[in-house]
Design a protein around this ligand. Sequence first.
Ligand code: ZN
Length: 509
Amino acid sequence: MHLQTESRVILGKMKRRQTELREWRRLWTILGVLLCLQPMRLAAQAESLDLSTSAGRDKFNQAVKLHNEGVLLFEKQDYAVAQQKFKDALALNPDFAEAHCNYGNTLMNSGQYEEALSEFKRATELKPSLSVAWEDLGTCFQTVGKTPDAVEAYKKYLSIDPAGQHASKIRSTVALLENEIKRTSNSLVSNGPNDYLGDATQNGMTRWSPDLMPLKVYIKNGAAVPNFRPEFVDILKQAFADWSQGSSGKVTFVFTDDENSANIVCSWTNNPKEMMSSAEGGHAMVIPDAQGILKSIVILLTVNPSGAVVTEKFARRVDLHEIGHALGLLGHSKNPDDIMFSSLPPGDLDCALNERDKNTIIALYSCDPSKVASRPLDVSRLMMSGDPTSTVMRTVKLNAEASEAMKNKSFAIAVAKLEEAHKLDPSNQIINSNLGSAYANCAVIAFMLRNFPQADKYFSQALPLLEKGTNKANYLAVLKNYCSMLRLTQRASEADKISKRIKALESKN
Ligand SMILES: [Zn+2]
């Protein structure tokens, strides 16, 4: 067989858009496949065309040409014309797997998910070895909330292309999705007819006390963070305003310049490693106690994990979603139209809080305190919402294990867990102050056992960590213990120094 024209075809090099909320990686696949037109492959791929005739070959080559034009147009974001090119290519060669795939991508980009799904499925039927088609299929399933199907499709990608360009991110996504399936499988929750409070609070309920309104929001200056743009601040402030309005004023905010007294702290980073999963747009960490939320920390990425620019719409969607978490909507909606749905749509679509979002936040903040109290947070389940291999999630997990050990008075275990967590994330204030407390407990035990050298070592480790923490009462108590030990062991001059520090601190309060 002799083929002319288009001897080498670049099939699809459209940019992948990668957008996502805190847990889900979104891969927006456009084929990056170099396909040489080898006769065997052609025969397999173009069954509907008779390539032994020059008319058949012309048709085939014309389809490839149209397809490639579509790819270039897609790259230029001329989506409507690109879509038509793919359609025209398919009209000439209905068995053109790559064209089905890219046609599907243009459909997915404009929110036509059902239509996109059937294109991706067709592509995988025509060419089961086309790994990106499985990836796209997974993305689309994920987007419409068909999580088990998404996992299956992603696994298919990994089986075909285990060292592929997106393999490690897909592995991370599969881990997340499998966790989400586990996390949500055995919870009996009930949503209201027009809200998703049940799903959003299926691992327990917490919220901000009404006494704290308006919540003080501190937005860190991001000017020094690469790729930060000043408009991010306006978009973020608007997202807070939207939640306030959407909650009918049950949640209100005021912006503050004082980070320490802030209830919600927002900051930016350009380092995807600071995220709970390797490729998310932002995340929120909520620190609760029995009375409600104590503090929420929101970290937003200035770069799209794929390297693409963070668009206004992307930023707005991530902001609204993360603020929802920060307010106590810790779980996810199963409805792709809701802001608390776990994945972002692949296209750069407009977004706003819908009625269900508004009803959900109102329901959370209107329900009886006794109902909130009766549903304590299941921290171990909540922890599963991140990628378990990420640094943040490993740190969170170690901290939870340490606090369990502390409860059981197994301080040595707590110290070991927290030291490991501290190594992973040396600047984490929560870990630092917990590690300080664990050392202090070990010090007190050693002191009581009259093992003074060991007590001294632990006190010296505890104090610098506690000094930096926010719990001044705790710091004072440990200083006093240390002082007693110094006096008991005839170290009077050191004891005097500590006494002075104690007095200075006490006079401050
Ligand atoms: Zn989320």
